[in-house]
Design a protein around this ligand. Structure first.
Ligand code: SF4
Ligand code: SF4
Length: 186
């Protein structure tokens, strides 16, 4: 695959992300405790400790093209286990945002789901499961995915057919905009 960033550009980007995440990349001594406890590791193409190592080397190209940045569940197990409290989920989240800006996604359907989820939150101030599931199934081409569960979910009130939104949608949009621009939320 074509290179998006050379090593020098990658180093600048990795250093900026690490600074924003309040992480000192050179403090990682590759003990692997983060990877050993990660519940998503079986699905990853790069282990959490490799993400930190590649960022330290400035190889953001490999990080942004990985599946891992789209599959992390942000559970923070790795941070709890790390002897240096290295905030890997924030490194991953910021790398995913940078990949998204550049139109890179090794997991097209995860990105699609993420985009639809964000648009429903922007529109209603909260997630709307009915729109999320319907729009995802149509745009991903998986028309019948999870449809067999719908009657039970409606019966048990896990999803509702009606749409509802929060009162202060503008506040939610402002917070989202500030997060996307990388600023502190006021
Ligand atoms: S647990 Fe912390 S120090 Fe050990 S490899 Fe992972 S990030 Fe590095
Ligand atoms: S936050 Fe992500 S990388 Fe860390 S343990 Fe959880 S799933 Fe794995």
């Amino acid at each position: 695959m074509e290179k998006i960033l050379n090593r020098e550009e990658g180093k600048l980007l990795a250093d900026r992300i690490a600074k924003e995440a309040n992480v000192a990349l050179d403090e990682c001594y590759q003990c692997g405790k983060c990877s050993a406890g990660c519940p998503m590791a079986n699905s990853y193409d790069l282990m959490p400790r490799q993400i930190v190592h590649l960022m330290h080397l400035g190889d953001m190209d490999t990080v942004m093209k990985s599946k891992t940045i789209w599959l992390c569940a942000s559970c923070h197990t790795c941070v709890e286990r790390c002897p240096h409290d290295i905030d890997i989920p924030t490194l991953i989240e910021k790398s995913r945002m940078e990949a998204q800006k550049r139109g890179i996604s090794a997991q097209r359907n995860v990105r699609l789901f993420n985009d639809i989820f964000m648009e429903t939150v922007r529109g209603f101030g909260k997630s709307q499961e009915v729109i999320l599931e319907g729009a995802y199934n149509v745009t991903s081409g998986r028309l019948l995915q999870d449809m067999a569960n719908v009657p039970q979910m409606l019966k048990k009130d896990i999803v509702r057919p009606e749409l509802n939104s929060v009162q202060d949608k503008e506040d939610i949009r402002r917070i989202m905009k500030e997060c996307e621009e990388g600023g502190a939320v006021k």
